[in-house]
Design a protein around this ligand. Structure first.
Ligand code: FES
Ligand SMILES: [Fe+2]
Length: 452
């Protein structure tokens, strides 16, 4: 049985990434994106998926200030456990220190900039750069410099520690970090989205864990195509996944009307998060072993009927900007941006800690069969994003607007679900996703403030 103690999260003493020189004015130029996103009218300009300058601006103004998913607390059992990942394109080490706090540091040596940790994960006492041997402890402090007597008197090791991510916080096992020293708390940024996330994270007091490692694969396509689909797009399911639905149908025949004409709701978050789910689906697509094990009465008691009949039973979701999950499949994933045209997908299988091993294993296999890198649903989705991206650089093509008008003006408060919701088949959460993106892209981030 693994520990159920959630590691403490940390607020770093430093308030901003340190070590930057004063850059000359004009080195960085920002573009006004108001004309590229008509979130109210449901129109998008394809330049937001292809333009290199906009992409660089996203890294500065969307990724740097946002709460970004880092890892699951289950990956950190003992001091020195670490996991390397990215925040936007910035490499970071996530690690547990001696006080069992989760810390995150820029994975770049302060000497010449090499990564100080090149392993995916493991347990260590310190991080030693393989270029010249500078070594850092679990607090990010520089503890060893070979030939230090060659440096001037003014050189002090304490000035050259790893750059720390100023805020690292968890929500029910999920660890997020932000570079923004002035950020609102993670919980505040999630708002009502937390209620929907609990349909996956809060089945009982023991919480969740991740099993089977991290699957990583590269797709051609802009990261927003994947993130927005998981926020807003049930619409594609019946067409894109028709063959998968047929294979998984209990009768092996083409999907029946009750699948095609499902009804449900789509949560539309003012911070750009989104989730969609059928309500009272007649056909289930969860793993039978899991379904047989789950005590639905206990879940109704804990989470309420609306959540069990809706987001717990099926659905898709994105936490803005690039963390997505599928509650029934047990898939949590991050869409790492790799330039405007490529995504590196990192995906975990999440299960309830309290499940017996055979139930966890059934969920792992089910997740891989459906949404692993070669999963029967996953392949359909990746193919679509790559298809959209592959032609979007054409000069005429790039200037032809895209339609996000489904469900326009359908957003309302539904007595059953918190916040504003729309229909199951709707672009409402997509419009909210791009409205949030537009706001961040047009707002100077903390690092643009004049330090004088
Ligand atoms: S780059 Fe790390 S020690 Fe030189
Ligand atoms: Fe899909």
């Amino acid at each position: 049985m693994t520990s159920t103690i959630e590691p403490a999260t940390s607020r770093a003493a430093t308030t901003a990434p340190s070590g930057a020189l004063r850059r000359p004015d004009g080195l960085i130029r920002n573009l006004d994106v108001a004309g590229l996103v008509d979130a109210e009218g449901g129109l998008l300009d394809r330049a937001i998926f292809t333009d290199e300058q906009l992409y660089r601006q996203e890294l500065r103004r969307v990724f740097a200030p946002s709460w970004l998913f880092l890892a699951h607390t289950h990956q950190f059992q003992k001091p020195g456990d670490f996991f390397t990942t990215y925040m936007g394109e910035d490499p970071v080490i996530v690690t547990m220190n001696k006080d069992r706090e989760i810390k995150a540091f820029l994975n770049s040596c302060r000497h010449r900039g090499a990564r100080v940790c090149r392993a995916d994960s493991g347990r260590t006492k310190n991080f030693t750069c393989t270029y010249h041997g500078w070594a850092y402890d679990l607090q990010g402090g520089l503890v060893s410099v070979p030939n230090q007597d060659g440096y001037p008197e003014s050189f002090r090791r304490e000035d050259w520690g790893l750059v720390e991510v100023p805020h690292v916080e968890t929500y029910k096992g999920l660890i997020f970090g932000t570079w923004n020293p002035e950020s609102v708390s993670l919980r505040e940024s999630l708002g009502d989205m937390a209620w929907y996330m609990d349909a996956m994270l809060d089945h009982d007091d023991e919480g969740t864990e991740v099993i089977g490692g991290v699957h990583k694969w590269v797709l051609d396509g802009n990261w927003k195509l994947a993130a927005e689909q998981f926020a807003t797009d049930w619409y594609h399911v019946n067409m894109s996944h028709a063959s998968a639905l047929q294979v998984m149908s209990p009768t092996g025949k083409k999907p029946k009307d009750e699948i095609v004409h499902r009804t449900g709701r789509q949560y539309v978050d003012p911070n750009g998060h989104g989730a969609g789910f059928p309500v009272h689906p007649k056909n289930r697509f969860d793993a039978p072993t899991v379904h047989e094990h789950v005590d639905y009465d206990a879940l109704r008691e804990r989470l309420g009927d609306a959540r069990v009949d809706g987001p717990l039973t099926n659905g898709h979701a994105t936490v803005f900007p690039n963390f997505s999950y599928l509650p029934v499949n047990g898939s949590i994933r991050i869409w790492h941006p790799k330039g405007p045209n490529q995504i590196e997908v990192w995906a975990w299988t999440i299960v309830d800690r309290s499940w017996p091993d055979e139930v966890k294993e059934a969920q792992r296999r089910y997740n891989l069969r459906t949404f692993g890198p070669s999963g029967i649903f996953e392949q359909d989705d990746g193919e679509n994003w790559s298809e959209c991206q592959s032609i979007a650089h054409g000069f005429i093509t790039n200037g032809v607007a895209l339609n996000y008008q489904m469900g326009i003006d359908s957003e309302r408060e539904d007595g059953r679900f918190p916040g504003v919701t729309s229909e199951l088949y709707s672009d409402a959460a997509g419009r909210a996703f791009y409205a949030r993106w537009r706001t961040l892209m047009n707002t100077p981030a903390w690092h643009e403030e004049d330090p004088s």
